[in-house]
Design a protein around this ligand. Structure first.
Ligand code: F6P
Length: 357
C-alpha cells in the first residue's frame, strides 16, 4: 500500500485545494487503497510531526474552495539549517518524520522558497514531487503557476472598480498590486484593467517620466489617470543603491508602501489629487477562477502520474501548453522575472502605456 504526504507551503493562493484534489483523485484511480496524509501548516508540520489522515471524502467539494485544507506557513529556506524550537535540527527532523510516517513520496505545493527546501529534501534522499503555486507567477521552469490567473482577476477587478470613480472625480489613482520581487501580476492586471502607467520591480522608474506621462494625458484632455504599481516597484535612484544603502534609506522612509511615496511625489509635482488603493491579501482570497481549476487539475493529475511511474525529484511545469517534469535542482534558487526587453513589454509600450522608464 502506498503512503503519500501532501504539504502546502508559503503564502496561500486560491487553487491549492483544487490541486490537491487533482493529485488525490488520480492516485485513488490507480491505487484505491492509497493512504494520503496532510502535513499540517507546511514544513512546520514536517519538522514538528503534525499531520492528519485524509480520506477520499476530504477531497470532495474542494475544487472551488480557496485556501488550503491542511494549512500553510512560511519557513524560510535560509533558516532551515538553524536550530528550531527546543534546539531541534529541522532538516534531520523532516527526514526522520518522512521515514517514521513510512512515506513513499512527499507532494509539495509551493513557491520559490518552498522549492529550495523541496530540492534539499530530495537531495537528502526523500522522494519528492512538487507543483508550482503562487499568485506571483515567478517560478522558473513553468509558463504559469496556479493561483496567478485568479489573482489577476481580482487585481483587474480592483482597477475596473477604480476606473468609474476615477472618471467621476478627475483624480489620479494608484492601485498597488502584490509582488515584491517580480511584476507579472501587476503587468497582467495593469494591461487587463487599462492602466495608463505600470510600474514594476524589473523596470526601475524615473518619477520625472511618470509625471511627464501624467501631464501628457492631462494635455490630451484626459481627466483622470490610473497607475498599477507593484509592491516592489523601485525608482532608478534606489535601484542604483547597494542593498545596505537601500536598507538604511528605507529605515527613515515615512511611507507605509511605495505607492504612498509615488502618490505624494505626483501630488507635489502635478498638483493633481491622488488616491491609493491596496487590495492586499484579497488577491490571494476567494475561489479559484475556472482557468486555475483547469491547470490545477491537470498539474495534479500529472504529479500523480510521476508518483505512479516512480519518477521523483521533479516539479510538474506548464510549458507551451504541455505539462512537463522539470528537475527540482533546475528550479530551486531561480526566479522567473519580467524581461524588460520581452515582447509583452514592447507590445504594452505600443499601446501607449508608460513604465516610467
Ligand atoms: O508570494 C505571494 C505573496 O502574496 C506576494 O505577492 C506578497 O508580496 C507576499 O506573498 C505577501 O506575503 P505575506 O502573506 O507573508 O504577507
Amino acid at each position: 500500500m502506498k503512503r503519500i504526504g501532501f504539504l502546502t507551503s508559503g503564502g496561500d493562493c486560491q487553487s491549492l485545494n483544487a490541486t490537491m484534489r487533482g493529485v488525490a483523485k488520480t492516485l485513488y484511480q490507480k491505487y484505491p487503497d492509497v493512504e494520503i496524509i496532510g502535513i499540517l501548516e507546511g514544513y512546520k508540520g514536517l519538522i514538528y510531526g503534525n499531520y492528519k489522515k485524509l480520506k477520499p471524502s476530504d477531497f470532495s467539494g474542494i475544487l472551488t474552495q480557496g485556501g488550503t485544507i491542511i494549512g500553510t506557513s512560511r519557513q524560510p529556506f535560509k533558516k532551515m539549517r538553524e536550530p528550531g524550537e527546543n534546539g531541534i535540527d529541522k532538516v534531520k527532523a523532516m527526514k526522520s518524520n518522512y521515514k517514521k510516517w513510512n512515506l513513499d513520496c512527499l507532494v509539495i505545493m509551493g513557491g520559490n522558497g518552498t522549492h529550495k527546501t523541496a530540492n534539499l529534501l530530495s537531495e537528502e534522499g526523500c522522494n519528492v514531487v512538487t507543483l508550482p503555486k503562487t499568485i506571483d507567477n515567478d517560478i522558473w521552469g513553468t509558463d504559469i503557476t496556479f493561483g496567478f490567473q485568479s489573482a489577476v482577476n481580482i487585481a483587474t477587478n480592483a482597477i475596473d472598480c477604480i476606473h468609474t470613480t476615477a472618471a467621476s472625480h478627475s483624480r489620479v489613482f494608484i492601485v498597488e498590486v502584490m509582488g515584491h520581487k517580480v511584476g507579472w501580476l501587476t503587468l497582467h492586471a495593469g494591461i487587463a484593467g487599462g492602466a495608463d502607467i505600470i510600474l514594476l520591480p524589473e523596470i526601475p522608474y524615473d518619477i520625472n517620466k511618470v509625471v511627464a506621462a501624467l501631464n501628457k494625458r492631462s494635455a490630451e484632455g484626459k481627466k483622470f489617470s490610473i497607475l498599477a504599481v507593484a509592491e516592489g516597484a523601485i525608482s532608478k535612484e534606489d535601484a542604483a543603491l547597494s542593498k545596505k544603502e537601500l536598507k538604511a534609506k528605507r529605515k527613515n522612509n515615512p511611507y507605509p508602501s511605495i505607492s504612498y511615496q509615488i502618490g505624494k511625489e505626483i501630488e507635489e509635482r502635478t498638483g493633481q489629487e491622488v488616491r491609493i488603493t491596496v487590495p492586499g491579501h484579497t488577491q490571494r482570497g476567494g475561489e479559484p477562477c475556472p482557468y486555475d481549476r483547469v491547470i490545477s487539475s491537470r498539474l495534479g493529475s500529472a504529479a500523480a502520474q510521476l508518483i505512479i511511474e516512480g519518477k521523483y525529484g521533479y516539479m510538474v511545469g506548464f510549458q507551451n501548453n504541455e505539462i512537463v517534469p522539470v528537475p527540482l535542482k533546475d528550479v530551486a534558487g531561480k526566479l522567473k522575472m519580467v524581461d524588460p526587453n520581452s515582447s509583452i513589454i514592447k507590445e504594452t509600450k505600443g499601446l501607449g502605456i508608460s513604465f516610467g522608464d
